[in-house]
Design a protein around this ligand. Sequence first.
Ligand code: IMP
Ligand code: MG
Length: 180
Amino acid sequence: MEKDIDRILIPHEALAARIREMAGEIATAYNSAEAQITIVTILSGAVIFLADLIRQMPMKMKIGLITVSSYAGATTASRGAKLMKDLNVDVRDRDVLIVDDIFDTGGTLRLVQGLLRERQPRSLKTAVLLRKPAKNPPDVKVDFVGFDIEDHFVVGYGLDYNDHYRNFPDIAVLKPEVYA
Ligand code: IMP
Ligand code: MG
């Protein structure tokens, strides 16, 4: 795995520090005593972010999982998002927080936000660890962002290339020959 990494973009210490801050921002946005929070985690990329984020959020919550596939192994332009497995919890009248790894072309979040809105949550917000502003469309909104990054394909900390490198602890860029 190490030999395929070109450079580290965000080391794990910086991820941990920012995620602690984000958890504070999210807790402040909700009235913790009143909130009926349901986290909707977009699999598989968001799992490591989710695990670290929610352990810094001292509030009662339910955790739901939804599987959306977008890249299907490619590194460039999204081929559109497709629902692979629907959510396993009810979101009606709940304060729903979508948690995803990265906001790029917005196809994934457009799909999930639309699907959840139809189910009448009490509120709907979105948190992403990374955002690539270069391709973000104007119609998709996110409420909490960990880091803005340049338009590079990145792996690690849950993000994959061909389903590999999710367990790499830092956000990293692969060597060009790996994609060849
Ligand atoms: P979008 O639908 O184009 O916004 O992309 C969102 C999804 O594509 C994310 O949930 C990721 O799974 C995947 N994705 C986008 N950019 C990257 C990247 O740089 N590395 C790994 N996965 C990515
Ligand atoms: Mg994803």
